[in-house]
Design a protein around this ligand. Structure first.
Ligand SMILES: [Zn+2]
Length: 497
């Protein structure tokens, strides 16, 4: 008896060690619902049933709610649905979703600042209603359909929204979470997106097999995040509520809106049964954890912020920006082009003022430029500048982004301008010289380099904007040009363990 007990103690002591040696790579599953149908009352019941089933199972999801849907729930007296939703993360999914003009349509000709202001003007009332009805600031946002635009990011940050959670093709990084526009993005997840069909038959077995494939692939990569999304209306409607009314730019008056056709009750029940089994199947997997947008923001918190960057870091960045360069991935943190821009500028501004590098520099996060570079007119095109003139430009640049919270479109040295990348390469070379020789250069040569992070942003095409609610043939070249400029803010989001 005594011996047996000792063996048990030994085994008990060994098991945690064995388990940690074989611990599977962590796989996080984020389950989100675009809660948007404000026409069909049956959608309210489907929303409640999903929210309550998940709560009973101990799974928290992220429900991105349309402003008009929240108001409709309130008007219909559905405090029960609101209470069920409150037990999950609350996100925002635009004020009116598919009513024309949709977001990418009304931003197609806008610039950076005016686009940001216009999105805020149209969308802030929906956020205010979500806050009033649900008692929280939405943690995440995602656009209706593929109505994505980069000007939404600074406006969303102004509204206190921290995570961009959706799926479309405009920008993405290796099918995993990334930073862009100063927000954590779970977007363009493609191969790590799983959706079980809700059409009965082999839906469940195929969904489980799809999950297993993605899970295995992510485990082989050392872990990561799987994105799963639905709309509560998929359980109850035979056709999408908005396609019935707003298809291809259609703009009927509210009195003419038609409810979508309903699915037969048996189909709805089958879809609920399959979904419940699917969620239980995922929850039972070893090493798999359901996470909300709030938890993702913690898991992928940007560790470059608040980090002390020292001499070796500055030198490494100064060298990196003198040739073709991408974002920089280091041990436990990553830097975007804009991060490197401010780190080097702040370092150099201190050198200009004090003739020495500070012991530590903290990151100032800013947006990318607002328009493509245009060389100044006139005959000047100097191949070198005095250190005094360049030093003035460095201080001006630091002052610029402290006021505008974004990169300048151009950097002025006297009466001629440098593109942001020319400035950064020139700055990198002069800082490298200072750090390796200990003396300030008398003059600096104009350098050039190329950024490569734009390749993560899609080219404009009608295919990119294939959402059925857009007018036929819609595409948005200016939106995608701005999107490429904001690629300065792109970097991978790294899992904090
Ligand atoms: Zn939607």
């Amino acid at each position: 008896m005594r011996k047996a007990c000792l063996s048990l103690v030994l085994i008990a002591a060994l098991v945690p060690a064995l388990r940690s040696a074989r611990a599977p790579a962590p796989v996080y599953v984020t389950l989100w619902f675009d809660t948007e149908d404000y026409l069909l009352p049956q959608d309210d019941d489907a929303t409640k049933r999903l929210a309550e089933f998940l709560s009973q199972l101990g799974v928290r999801a992220t429900f991105k709610i349309v402003g008009e849907k929240a108001r409709v729930l309130e008007r219909r007296g559905r405090s029960d649905v609101i209470a069920a939703l409150k037990r999950h993360d609350i996100g925002y999914h635009s004020n009116t979703h598919s009513q024309q003009p949709t977001i990418a349509v009304y931003l197609q000709n806008a610039g950076w600042e005016d686009g940001r202001a216009e999105f805020k003007r149209r969308e802030q009332p929906g956020v205010d209603d979500i806050r009033r009805i649900f008692g929280v600031t939405p943690v995440a946002y995602g656009q209706p359909g593929s109505a994505w635009a980069p000007q939404t990011y600074p406006a969303l940050r102004d509204m206190g929204i921290r995570v961009y959670l959706d799926e479309a093709d405009q920008v993405g990084l290796d099918d995993q979470p990334f930073y862009y526009g100063g927000m954590l993005n779970i977007f363009r997840m493609r191969s790590t997106l799983v959706r079980m069909a809700l059409s009965g038959g082999s839906s469940l077995t195929e969904g489980q097999a799809a999950f297993d494939r993605v899970h295995a692939a992510l485990t082989a990569r050392g872990g990561g995040t799987i994105s799963i999304y639905y709309h509560p209306n998929e359980w109850v409607q035979a056709e999408f509520w908005d396609a019935v009314n707003f298809r291809r730019g259609a703009n009927p008056a509210p009195g003419e809106w038609k409810p979508p056709r309903m699915r037969p009750a048996a189909e709805t029940e089958q879809a609920f049964a399959d979904f419940e089994k699917f969620v239980r199947f995922i929850k039972a997997k070893d090493g798999v954890r359901f996470v909300t947008a709030t938890e993702l923001a913690q898991l992928y918190a940007d560790r470059a912020l608040g980090r002390d960057f020292g001499r070796a870091d500055v030198l490494a960045i100064a060298r990196a920006v003198q040739k073709d360069f991408d974002f920089l991935k280091s041990d436990g943190y990553a830097l975007s082009g804009a991060d490197m821009f401010t780190l080097l500028t702040d370092a150099a501004a201190a050198v200009v003022d004090t003739k020495k590098l500070p012991a530590a520099i903290r990151l100032t996060a800013i947006d990318g430029p607002a328009q493509a570079f245009t060389p100044s007119t006139g005959q000047l095109r100097s191949s070198s500048f005095s250190w005094d003139a360049f030093g003035t430009a460095i201080r001006d640049t630091a002052a610029y982004y402290r006021v505008h919270r974004r990169m300048p479109d151009e950097v002025w040295i006297g009466a001629e301008n440098l593109s942001p990348v020319e400035y950064l390469a020139t700055l990198g070379a002069s800082l490298e010289q200072f750090l390796t020789s200990g003396t300030l250069p008398a003059g600096v040569d104009r350098k050039s380099a190329r950024t490569t992070f734009e390749r993560y942003v899609a080219e404009d095409s009608t295919k990119l904007w294939g959402w059925i609610i857009f007018p036929e043939g819609f595409h948005a070249p200016r939106v995608m040009e701005l999107a490429r400029l904001q690629a300065w803010t792109l970097k991978p989001a790294l899992l904090n363990r």
